[in-house]
Each structure stands twice: as structure tokens, then as C-alpha cells.
Design a protein around this ligand. Structure first.
Ligand SMILES: [Fe+2]
Ligand SMILES: [Fe+2]
Length: 416
């Protein structure tokens, strides 16, 4: 069973479960074959996705592969194979991801586009001078980094006010509306997002108070927290990592995490959206506060085909997950958010195991498809326990990727 966006369903597909409107009224009973008129009714009632009984062949159809030759697909598989060298290709999730990745690259080849992407990185050149690199790492004093640099990193003021609201069980809809409405840029971004097809509410939401009543106080506060960190990406002058691409990576992980949560009927998808947006906040802090060391770790990872976290540990002694989560702890962020930031690379260790696993899977997907960049060159190893824990069919990977590719640029645009 796979949830398919309504715009991608076609007559002849079979609905796995009853399709109901928001009031619980059945629009089409389970096991019915979809006709053109049903699709119109779904759209009219704001049904944005439907559980479909899907075969493997249907999944491939999603990518309109009919005009791709097997030669192109083979060539694409060859191109992407090296970056999967450290991943677990036998895992059903990784396998499905590889297949979709190859099809997307083949599609580009078919269109005559260059398969090589601009990675958004320009690494410092030490001409392989090991002595110079060694000296550079020796100069790093870990304690001084932590005491003098990283701890000085602050979030936007509104973020702290939102944290107070979310941590206070007595917070009301009024409190959140009052805080958010004072920030016109944030208000505009939230309203654009909740009125976009990504949320897909049938009625127009014109005010924050209306958004609170529809989405819920906690959910809207969480969403506002995630959107408010956007401005942090503006203040990082990085010579090494294209910050627009880095923001795209973070936003894509948020969108992908939300899409995964919808597939498995996890109800509080805002938390995952925000967890995704913030998962690499440690790397943002590092780029801002210790840019040279961060660039050196990036280079080390690239030169040695190593995962970035490992290279950070080796070169700096700390990973971005640890730096990010320690800071978030000190900012008194909700524990679930801290956990997602801390364990997105080791999801099985998280207390909020399912949430950490979803962020992890989302990052594996986004990283493999090279949507934006965080500097990671190799496709990450998908944690087997996490994959089992999420308990999602690998048939869900193609529609998630398709929806992610459709949503990312419009959302990026409306968050500007
Ligand atoms: Fe990431
Ligand atoms: Fe990360």
C-alpha cells in the first residue's frame, strides 16, 4: 500500500482504504477502482493523497520511464554507483533509493543534461601538504572553540519566545498568535506555507489565529520555530559551502521527513518537518564559528571517501550532531528536537527512536539525490534497525521522491 498524491493517481488504480473527506464521510469505499470523476471529487474535497494498492510497475511509472532506454539506465547506474560504495545496497530502502536515483539521472541524460551536479563546495587547497594539514589540526584548541566560539552562537530572539511558549503547558492560542504576528516576515512565511499545496488545506487561511485553530497551538509554534531559523543561514559567509544549497538540503530533509511521517500515519508531522530543518544546525554553527576547521574536515572527508561525521570526529574531535544538540540543550529546546539533532546519524541510540529514524532516512534520501548539499559526498549507510522501526514499504520511496522533487523548489521560493 502506498499513499499517492491525488495529482498522480489515474483511472484504474485501486483504493486500498476508504477515501474520506475531513468530516469522515466516505467518498469512495475501499477496493474500488478509481474513475476520472472520483479524481475530480477528491480534488474538490481537498483530498491530497490516497492509499493505493500499488504494484512495483506502478512505482516505476511515477517517473515516466517509458522513453528511457535500458542503456541509459545502465549508464546512470554506473555514474551513481561510486557514491553508494559505503551504503548498504541490499537494504530494501537503499535499493529502492538507488533505483529511483538511477532513473532520475537517466532522465537527465535523456534530456541531454549533464549528469555531474554542481556540488556547491569549494574546498581549501593544501596541495596535499600533509605537514601543513597536521599543523593546522594541532592548532585547534577544542576547549577554546567550545568556550569562546560555539557557546556564543545565538538563535533569533523570536525562537526563544517560541521555545517558552512550547515549554509552557498553559500556553494558549492567543500567546502564539501574539508572538508570531509581531514578526511580519515570519507571519508571511507561515501563511504562505500553510496555504501552499504542501499543507493542502481546502480553505484559505488568512491570519495566524485562524492557522492556530486549524493546525493547533503546539503544531503552529513548532512550525514557527523551524521557519524562524531560516535567517540564520543568511549570516554565514562561507567560502567553502554554498549556503543556499545548504539551506536547500536542510529544508529538503524537513519536507522529506514530513512526507515519510504521512506515509506511516505519524500524526505530529510538524515536529519532523522542523527536526529536518534543524538537523544540521551544528554544521551551521561550525561554519560560522570555526570555518577553517570545518572546511578542513570537509576536505579530509572528501579526500578519504569518508562520512563527514567521522572526519569531523577525527579532525576536530567533535561532530556537528554533538555540537548542535549541546547548544539546543542549553537553549532549552524540546527534548524531542534535541534528540533528533543529536542522533540523526546514529538513530538507534535516540530516546525518540522513531523520530530520529525518520530524520535519518530523510537525510539518506536527500543526500543521495543531491538536493542541495551539506557537504556529504558519499550516500549514507541506512541504519537497518531504523529502517525496520519505521516499518514503511520500499514501494513508498518512489512517490516520496516524486513529491519531494515537486515540492522543494516552490517551498524554497515561498520561504524567501
Ligand atoms: Fe544533513
Ligand atoms: Fe548531519
Amino acid at each position: 500500500m502506498t499513499k499517492i498524491p491525488t495529482r498522480n493517481i489515474h483511472p484504474g488504480m485501486i483504493v486500498k482504504n476508504d477515501v474520506k473527506d475531513r468530516n469522515g464521510r466516505i467518498l469512495l469505499p475501499q477496493n474500488s477502482s478509481i474513475e476520472e470523476k472520483h479524481i475530480r471529487v477528491f480534488k474538490m474535497w481537498g483530498i491530497f493523497e490516497v492509499d493505493i494498492e500499488q504494484s512495483e510497475d506502478d512505482s516505476e511509472e511515477m517517473l515516466e520511464t517509458s522513453n528511457l532506454s535500458s542503456k541509459e539506465i545502465k549508464k546512470a547506474s554506473k555514474i551513481i554507483s561510486p557514491k553508494y560504495a559505503k551504503s548498504n545496497i541490499n537494504n530494501p530502502g537503499t535499493k529502492a533509493l538507488f533505483k529511483q536515483n538511477a532513473l532520475l539521472v537517466a532522465k537527465n541524460l535523456n534530456k541531454g543534461e549533464d549528469a555531474e551536479s554542481d556540488d556547491g563546495l569549494s574546498l581549501p587547497d593544501t596541495d596535499g601538504d600533509l605537514e601543513q594539514e597536521e599543523k593546522f589540526f594541532q592548532e585547534i584548541n577544542l576547549n577554546s572553540i567550545l568556550d569562546n566560539e560555539i557557546k556564543l552562537f545565538t538563535l533569533p530572539d523570536i525562537f526563544y519566545r517560541l521555545t517558552e511558549i512550547i515549554n509552557n503547558p498553559r500556553s494558549s492560542a492567543r500567546d502564539i498568535s501574539y508572538v508570531v504576528e509581531k514578526d511580519t516576515a515570519l507571519t508571511a512565511r507561515i501563511l504562505k506555507l500553510v496555504n501552499s499545496p504542501f499543507y493542502g488545506f481546502p480553505q484559505k487561511i488568512e491570519t495566524i489565529s485562524k492557522a492556530v485553530t486549524i493546525i493547533g497551538t503546539k503544531q503552529l509554534t513548532t512550525l514557527a520555530m523551524g521557519i524562524s531559523v531560516l535567517e540564520l543561514f543568511d549570516y554565514v559567509p562561507s567560502n567553502y559551502l554554498d549556503m543556499e544549497k545548504f539551506w536547500k538540503h536542510c529544508l529538503a530533509v524537513g519536507i522529506c521527513a514530513k512526507l515519510i511521517s504521512e506515509q506511516i500515519d505519524y500524526s505530529e508531522s510538524e515536529k519532523l518537518f522542523v527536526g529536518g530543518i534543524m538537523h544540521d544546525i551544528g554544521r551551521l554553527v561550525m561554519l560560522k564559528k570555526i570555518p577553517k576547521q570545518t572546511a578542513a574536515a570537509l576536505k579530509y572527508a572528501w579526500d578519504n571517501d569518508m562520512f563527514l561525521s567521522r572526519a569531523e570526529k577525527k579532525c576536530i574531535g567533535l561532530t556537528h550532531s554533538k555540537i548542535g544538540s549541546d547548544l539546543c540543550d542549553s537553549w532549552k529546546l524540546p527534548p524531542i528536537l534535541v534528540d533528533m539533532i543529536k542522533y540523526h546519524h546514529q538513530p538507534a541510540q535516540g530516546k525518540y527512536n522513531l523520530e530520529c529514524s525518520i530524520i535519518h532516512l530523510a537525510e539518506v534520501i536527500v543526500n543521495a539525490l543531491e538536493i542541495g548539499t551539506s557537504g556529504e559526498k558519499m550516500v549514507l549507510y541506512l541504519n537497518e534497525k531504523s529502517w525496520k522501526n519505521i516499518n514503511m514499504s520500499s514501494n513508498a520511496i518512489p512517490p516520496i521522491i516524486e513529491q519531494l522533487n515537486n515540492e522543494i523548489d516552490p517551498i524554497l521560493e515561498l520561504m524567501r
